[in-house]
Design a protein around this ligand. Structure first.
Ligand code: PMP
Length: 287
């Protein structure tokens, strides 16, 4: 089935959608994006995604003010037009087309951003709880730029690292910098040791996950102990459990790293419980 995508104010069949070859998103990766999860036709964490999108735009001086009501209406229209029940909505905003390829970009309003949205269907995450499996992770050096807190479309290294993992029979790669894990290719990374949830603190080193923020709040509300600090591969190997979070995976257990089992090597009870809590709580607040 052909999707209806959104390009600069128009809803068009995906085969008819066009963006200029001079668009800076295309030639310079000068664009930011967000992915909002959809369950039962409702969006999870929409406010968080829109707030982070504005922050990414501001950090790059892309002159675009996110109008919350407009964005909500566009996202909802995309759900309706694509009959989306479960999956995600991708939005990308690039600096736009300055008329030619040039390293120097025009100031603010002299160029208008290109806004594109499309939907992606995914299975219902609630159906697989009993057969939920964990991911097998490998590690690679983190060769990304140093503003990973800005959600840009410069995804070449994460894409290489994810592909390397899949080709080698793993599910994902956790990236390492100066001896500690930064994050997964498209997710935040956690271990659990002696009932303490350990995850890297926020900085320019990692994306400030929207799922991460909510999950830590839900865990804190339930009196779970949290330590925000970097951790090493050796700590992962001797952890009781591990997991990741993202809008696309919610909370997903991790059961091995570089071929070494984590804990029992099976889905951990805390990870499973945190997944259930996250899905339940975020669904309650879904719009
Ligand atoms: N880190 C990276 C590098 C990511 O690409 C993502 C997903 N976009 C995340 C973390 C998780 O962020 P969120 O929970 O907001 O999806």
């Amino acid at each position: 089935m052909s999707r209806i995508v959104y390009v600069n104010g128009n809803y068009v069949p995906e085969a008819e959608a066009t963006v200029s070859v001079f668009d800076r998103g295309f030639v310079m990766a000068d664009a930011i994006y967000e992915v909002t999860a959809v369950i039962d036709g409702k969006m999870l964490e929409f406010d968080g995604h829109m707030a982070r999108m504005q922050r990414s735009l501001d950090e790059l001086n892309i002159a675009y003010k996110v109008d919350y009501d407009d964005m909500l209406a566009i996202h909802r229209e995309m759900i309706t037009r694509n009959n989306l029940v479960t999956g995600g909505i991708y939005i990308q905003i690039s600096r736009g087309n300055p008329g030619d390829r040039d390293f120097i970009f025009p100031e603010g309003d002299a160029i208008s951003p290109t806004i594109v949205l499309f939907t992606q269907e995914k299975p219902d995450p609630r159906l697989d709880e009993s057969k939920l499996t964990g991911w097998h992770i490998m590690t690679m050096e983190d060769l990304r730029w140093h503003r990973r807190d800005i959600k840009t479309v410069q995804l070449l290294w994460p894409s290489i690292a994810k592909t390397a993992a899949i080709r080698a029979g793993f599910d994902d790669t956790w990236m390492i910098e100066n001896g500690t894990i930064t994050e997964g290719t498209s997710n935040n990374a956690y271990i659990i040791k002696d009932n303490v949830i350990i995850t890297r603190q926020l900085s320019h080193d990692i994306l400030h996950g929207i799922t991460r923020a909510s999950l830590l709040r839900y865990a804190h509300d339930r009196q779970m102990k949290i330590e925000e600090r970097p951790f090493t591969v050796d700590e992962v190997k001797s952890a009781d459990e591990a997991f990741i979070t993202s809008a696309s995976t919610y909370v997903k257990p991790v059961v091995s790293i570089d071929g070494v089992n984590i804990g029992s090597g099976k889905v951990g009870k805390h990870a499973l419980q945190l997944r259930q809590i996250y899905i339940e709580e975020s669904l309650k607040a879904a719009i």
